[in-house]
Design a protein around this ligand. Sequence first.
Ligand SMILES: *Cc1c(COP(=O)(O)O)cnc(C)c1O
Length: 422
Amino acid sequence: MTVIDAAQTGWVPAEALRTADPELADLLSAEAERRAGGLQLLAGENIATAAVREALAGPLVDKYAEGYPGHRHHTGCAVADATELLAISRARALFAAEHANVQPRSGTSAMLAAYAALLRPGDTVLAMSLEHGGHLSCGSRANFSGRWFDVIGYGVREEDGLIDLDQVRELARRHRPKAIVAGSISYPRHPDWAAFRQIADEVDACLIATAGQVTGLVAAGAAPSPVPYADVVVAATHKLLRGPRGGLLLCTEELAERVDRAVFPFSQGGAAMNEVAAKAVAFAQAATPEFGAYVRRAVDGARALAASLERAGARPLTGGTDTHLVTADVGPLGLTGAQAERRCAAVGLMLGKCAVPFDPAPAAETSGIRLGTGAAAALGLGPAELGEVGELIGALLSGGEPGPVAARVRVLARGESVKGAR
Ligand SMILES: *Cc1c(COP(=O)(O)O)cnc(C)c1O
């Protein structure tokens, strides 16, 4: 199975789309060109493999299959059942989990189901605060999590940027949450799942691991797995895993029924069976040695990127990374995160502005940038190239000429400078 392919390059709309809807065909062609012309460094983005795209576009796109294998509300589900059972068994094997639910449409829907399985509205939840790297499903007032639950936020220490487990313990003892949520969208180090479990046990709380960013790392054995520690693990299949846009829930056999009911019928109707099929493909791909090599390239690349950003005068949070994520304060370079994002986007370096802990800048500006190396590693870029990307970003943010940087980015984005990339 070939995992490494650059499905984004050379995409052309099929005849059926060009004929039926030339306007949309042109839009999609423009997007394919935009992606191929730059380096995609947004932390949550990647390049789904060609096999995943094929499964997404396949016949199951039309199938209605409410319920679970063997217990459907619709007829004609033999293939849908076999597909979902295949996805489930592959997910269980890949993550060494007793139970998997492959139906959540997104990470946030999977979070909703995890809360619904374990909590009641009004319960207290202790989660990473949004300013310190929590996702909006960790208690934003604009999201169900902050609206329906009483969410207390923990954060990182100012001196080293690491999660303050003493604060987590102290807040847990004071507020007695029903659930502790561990996981982040921008924290570049491995969470100490065992310590979170210990704190949860001490106050009789359950532990939800929100592991969307690190799902691919865990699949490849490149990060400690939350599965042995968390009651429910919320994962995402479209990030480092290179699967379809979607969520995944992992839990013990004991919680299986509650988790399944929290997805269907509580928070979703019929599953998108084409997405379930594509998830099955992604789980098989993630079990290959090739995928392991790609994940190592992403992590080594992120380390090199963080190091060169630091040499250029930015300040990587926690001093570096253990993952594919780099979050860096660009304040020392005299720029806000939004200014840095715009300057980089103008030369095809697509990264995201990001609040840093204790950020003095307004939320729309921020002081930081966040990058992920998944898509770059999928193109074959490794530490040498990503170290260079850090230098290019550094030069640009220090007022360097954009022209030569843009030219070099176009070459790197083709993956052609990389030996044996394909
Ligand atoms: C990606 C991610 C989410 C959200 O996933 P969506 O599919 O965008 O809803 C939530 N939490 C964490 C930790 C994530 O990494």
